[in-house]
Design a protein around this ligand. Structure first.
Ligand SMILES: [Zn+2]
Length: 447
């Protein structure tokens, strides 16, 4: 069904003008509101029941599923974040955050101001249940009632939303952080109202560093400032959590210095992957494989994708531009990531410039000699990699900012890794070689 069909169906069900319904739907879809949810909102606006059906039943938070059309819950309010969306061409402030009872937590979106604050205990009647990011979420609209309870509900969750940066996840709302601004720049972007000025940069506390965006640029957000930020929300930006300051974020200078983590946090690979993506993390593990597509590669001049046999996946026949990269699988025994090294880091591990690599490839009449030389240098060695970790359906990728081989008994490490992955003696040349060239960080491998 396209939007016209949806509008038609809604308009006839509600007995209202189709064009009006369609405009409402389009406005919501502009905000990436899923179509089913958009239809529910429009139904509610026109006095429908939201389409969930059924009588609301009192439920424990842990038992709420999207099979419930509507529910009634008694909960403690953990967080309240505010955000503006445009609905019907007008700015509308919505409230979002988390609720909890003794059985669990659930997120919510309130389309009206019900007046509750973090710490309040409320009974929410007739809340819609929708799916958001794979989880049930409560939707509080015009058909919802909120009654304040005088007795506080016990719930084993922290009220107020204070968090350390390392604990923030995409989708978090109404959070409070105390941070130092490490980097900031003013940028002009094409926003929904045309050109808009924003600030973007990097924040840090003693647990981590994260990128941020201030959509309502403030003078107080400047390099070196120590700030308390109340009511920030977290989005995913290039696979890592990013802190977003909105017009509702309260920014207050702190009268004490924030301790800043100078080095990237070093995590076990399984722990790092469990975070769902991290900005600036350090991982240490053994290189167990240098994947195909490493060494000398060609990129599409239009989109930067890797070109194979002169073909870009998007742009077809193109004249590829030479580049170098490494895709190295790093394993610490708890998990694996693919470390992706750019040209500069690749030249470092190769031990020569791209011109050197091209010359070697010409001499051998085979580009693969470059990847092979890199394999010889890396496989079986322990590496310390720092960069941004992102997770997708194909696995975990670490976009490396730095990559260094650590030299604690490389021969021993190589043997143990090769034994663990069951490699035969014919592939142990990489490990053996590694043992002897450990003292030559810029040796001439491959030339
Ligand atoms: Zn292309």
């Amino acid at each position: 069904m396209d939007i016209d069909d949806h509008a038609e169906e809604l308009a006839s069900a509600l007995g209202v003008d189709k064009q009006e319904v369609k405009t409402d739907l389009q406005n919501l879809l502009e905000y990436s509101v899923p179509i089913d949810e958009a239809k529910q909102s429009v139904r509610r606006k026109h006095g429908g029941d939201g389409g969930g059906g059924g009588t609301p039943s009192a439920a424990d938070v842990a038992d709420v599923t999207t099979d419930h059309g509507n529910v009634t819950v008694t909960v403690r309010v953990l967080t309240v974040g505010r955000r503006t969306i445009r609905y019907q061409g007008e700015e509308q402030t919505i409230r979002e955050g988390e609720l909890a009872d003794a059985t669990g937590t659930i997120s919510y979106t309130a389309w009206e101001d019900f007046g509750f604050e973090p710490g309040d205990t409320v009974t929410i009647g007739n809340a819609g249940v929708r799916e958001w990011d794979g989880e049930p979420e409560l939707n509080l609209g015009s058909g919802t009632t909120v009654a304040f309870e005088s007795e506080a509900l016990e719930a084993p969750y922290e009220v107020g939303g204070e968090a350390r940066l390392i604990d923030l996840d995409p989708g978090d709302r109404g959070r409070i952080v105390e941070v130092r601004v490490l980097e900031v720049e003013r940028r002009t972007i094409d926003g929904r109202d045309g050109e808009t000025e924003i600030l973007s940069g990097v924040l840090a506390d003693d647990s981590a560093r994260l990128p941020f965006t201030d959509w309502d640029p403030r003078e107080s957000v400047r390099e070196g400032a120590d700030l308390r930020l109340e009511d920030v929300h977290v989005r995913e930006f290039r696979g890592v959590p990013s802190v977003n300051l909105s017009e509702f974020t309260a920014v207050a200078p702190l009268d004490r210095p924030i301790e800043v983590r100078e080095s990237a946090p070093q995590l076990r690979i399984d722990e790092a992957i469990a975070t769902g993506g991290m900005f600036d993390v350090e991982l240490v593990g053994s290189v167990i494989e240098v994947r195909d597509g490493s060494g000398l590669i060609e990129r599409c001049p239009d989109c930067g994708r890797v070109v194979q046999n002169g073909q870009c996946r998007v742009h077809g026949d193109v004249d590829g531009e030479d580049d170098m990269r490494v895709k190295a699988i790093v394993d610490d025994g708890t998990g694996t990531v693919t470390a992706i090294l750019d040209r500069e880091l690749t030249e470092q591990v190769y031990g020569g410039t791209m011109a050197d690599a091209m010359a070697a490839a010409r001499d051998a009449m085979d580009k693969e000699v470059v990847a092979d030389a890199i394999r010889d240098r890396l496989v079986g060695r322990e590496a310390r990699v720092r960069g941004n970790l992102s997770i997708d359906e194909y696995g975990a990728n670490l976009d490396a900012e730095s990559f260094e081989l650590t030299d604690d008994d490389p021969a021993g490490r190589a043997r143990s890794v090769l034994a663990r992955i069951g490699a035969g003696s014919d592939t142990s040349a990489g490990g053996g070689d590694a043992a002897t060239d450990g003292g030559r960080p810029n040796g001439g491998a491959g030339r």
